[in-house]
Design a protein around this ligand. Structure first.
Ligand SMILES: C[S@@+](CC[C@H](N)C(=O)[O-])C[C@H]1O[C@@H](n2cnc3c(N)ncnc32)[C@H](O)[C@@H]1O
Length: 260
């Protein structure tokens, strides 16, 4: 038997990977993070599978289920939102599985930061503007962010920055971002990206808080701040990759004026 950590993606049932859906359909015991993974994603599950929502369970209760699965030789689907490698609290489960001698495998998923960029219809990297994406969060009650990774220091890079788990701390976050990003820097909030009740708000750092009701964005919100947002029409900073005059291993350069 084996435990499969499966990335559910951002919530739309068709944004789980083909592999994730197949493995989910083959497991008879399912643990899923119900606070973030909508029931709709479990439409891929085997109809006879037993399902446990881990939102109300502590680690030992989950480990007890892994033990039971080991006794009964059942494969387990452990379904996490987005990609399990990002704020998934998988490390402690993996440690317990190793102690029990249970093997595990990770099936990656579409993270909410790329899903948010997708629903905004934007790219997070632009040549000469920013080529770096920072994924971060602010400290929560369960997990502290190390001092060297505090937001003002990260903001000093001026890169695209995707902030998880911060919807309930927006005023402090915006103040920290404004300590380094120019006030007119574009910022977007995306809530429940790809789900039926998805919402988004695009603004600038200086205007954001005056335009929204902060309390409405407390849960399942991705904040993206980036000088690259909202620059779709700006060809000044286009990559040269598809420039006809640019040659590379797979394409010869096309002389100027040659439209053949
Ligand atoms: C515990 S973290 C899990 C992140 C997940 N592993 C991922 O890769 O997206 C939960 C946070 O992810 C973000 N998140 C998850 N799903 C989201 C969605 N559909 N839309 C916007 N943000 C989402 C929110 O910031 C939320 O507070």
């Amino acid at each position: 038997m084996k435990v499969y950590f499966i990335g559910a993606g951002p919530g739309a049932p068709d944004l789980i990977t083909l592999r994730g859906a197949r493995v989910l359909s083959e497991c008879r015991l399912i643990l899923y993070a119900g606070s973030l993974v909508p029931e709709a994603v479990l439409e891929h599950a085997h109809p006879d599978a037993e399902r446990f929502n881990t939102a109300g369970m502590h680690l030992q209760e989950q480990v007890d289920l892994y033990r039971r699965a080991q006794r009964e030789q059942l494969n387990v689907a452990r379904v996490h939102s987005g990609d399990p490698a990002i704020y998934g609290a998988t490390a402690e489960q993996m440690r317990a599985l190793r102690d029990l001698g249970i093997g595990y495998e990770v099936v990656p998923g579409v993270s909410s930061f790329t899903a948010s960029a997708a629903v905004l219809g934007t790219e997070l990297t632009r040549p000469g503007v920013t080529q770096t994406i920072i994924l971060t969060r602010v400290s929560g009650r369960a997990s502290a962010v190390p001092e060297r990774e505090q937001l003002p220091g990260l903001a000093a890079h001026g890169a695209s920055l995707c902030l998880f788990l911060g919807g309930n701390q927006l005023p402090g976050i915006v103040a920290d971002l404004l300590s380094a990003y120019p006030p007119e820097t574009p910022v977007a909030l995306v809530q429940r990206a790809t789900q039926p009740d998805e919402r988004q708000h695009v603004s600038t750092l200086e205007r954001l808080l005056s335009e929204i009701r902060v309390s409405e964005w407390a849960l399942t919100t991705m904040l993206i701040v980036s000088p690259a947002l909202g620059r779709v029409e700006d060809l000044e900073d286009a990559s040269r990759l598809y420039d006809p005059a640019y040659a590379h291993r797979f394409r010869r350069a096309q002389p100027a004026g040659d439209e053949s």
